[in-house]
Design a protein around this ligand. Structure first.
Ligand SMILES: [Zn+2]
Length: 75
């Protein structure tokens, strides 16, 4: 993980839906998943984050970095 001070990280899927656009690698369908990430730090209270994860349903590649760039270019 690279962050050694995070003792524990749990992810909980909140829901998923199809995202607009297609996978740049295989042109498969892209889904966006809302994930609640709960991090427990050794000396600090837990923190919650809601993250969006983009991934291809066909080749299972993670697409969020690519996708964020695409979204920026479009807007
Ligand atoms: Zn793909």
């Amino acid at each position: 993980m690279g962050l050694s001070y995070i003792c524990e990280e749990q992810q909980k899927e909140l829901g998923r839906q199809q995202a607009p656009g297609t996978c740049p690698y295989c042109r498969g369908k892209v889904e966006v998943m809302d994930v609640e990430v709960q991090s427990k730090l050794c000396f600090l209270p837990m923190c919650f984050q809601i993250k969006k994860k983009y991934f291809c349903t066909l080749c299972s590649k993670r697409l969020e970095i690519l996708y964020d760039k695409t979204m920026l270019n479009l807007s």
